[in-house]
Design a protein around this ligand. Sequence first.
Ligand code: SF4
Length: 323
Amino acid sequence: MLQQTTVEAVIPYYRRWVKSYPDLAALDRAPLSRVLKDWQGLGYYERARNLKAAARILVAGNGGRVPDGFEELVRLPGIGPYTAAAILSLALNRPYPVLEANVRRVMARLLRLRGPLDGRADRKIASALSSLLPRRNAGQFNQALMELGALVCRPASPRCVSCPVASYCSARRRGEQDSIPPRKTKPALRVTAAVAVIRRNGKVLIQKRPDKGLLAGLWEFPGGKVEPGETLESALRREIREELGVEVRDPVFLARVKHAYTKYRVDLHAFLCRAAGALRPSPRRLWVKPAALRSYAFPAGSAKIVEKLIGSDGRSRPRAHGR
Ligand code: SF4
């Protein structure tokens, strides 16, 4: 849960998670839809999917226990060298260096590594850490280093005056702490999308995303990207025609929500509408009462639309456009 997510954001999720899934067998038994729903809001859903897949493997082949060897751990879905080292050092105090973003930054500054934090830098950092790591309390050492990076040796404006390792820091000695590591400037990809909340007989249509790729297996409202030269409404009509093979009728603006997914900044515009044509339900396409939408796992942007739909008077508006 902590990969790419702050501790503050994770705590309530973690508490609910260990209550719902006290052991690997419980996680293995739970349907994927429930696991994704419990993950909703944390983002990077591949992590939830991998946790569940790893639980399946360990319940079937390792008596429901987490292995305590590096090689066995990295064979599990979602566990790479970083996570394996974190599990072994934090849970079992084994002397493995944990190379995550905070540690990389602290070490790059301590060692004055001025290039990008790539594989070459990682090898230098790992080699320096293996001579620094205590044989005992490796977990505490790794956590201290991560905490130092999160609270003191921050990406911008490191607090060198209160840093406990300032006297060892080569970057600080040269006044280069602000330029190490070099900044990566990758602008986020901006996407404007129009989606249809199609109503029929008091229910709305939702569909499941493909099982692979971005936001795999989550539910969403049909629609898609607004192409250059299109208005929101013309994009909506085209997308629904292409995706569902029907024409949109009487679109009425419902809500605009913005959300960031990994490298995307999505600007979603939702329209209440009807569809001219039959849309039969299937395992990947459902008609659902608005009040029941909260029990499905949606990406954060679509979840905001669900709340707008339910909160924007789920009785009077739908009646006006729904039949
Ligand atoms: Fe980071 Fe400054 Fe401490 Fe060096 S002295 S490790 S740059 S906080």
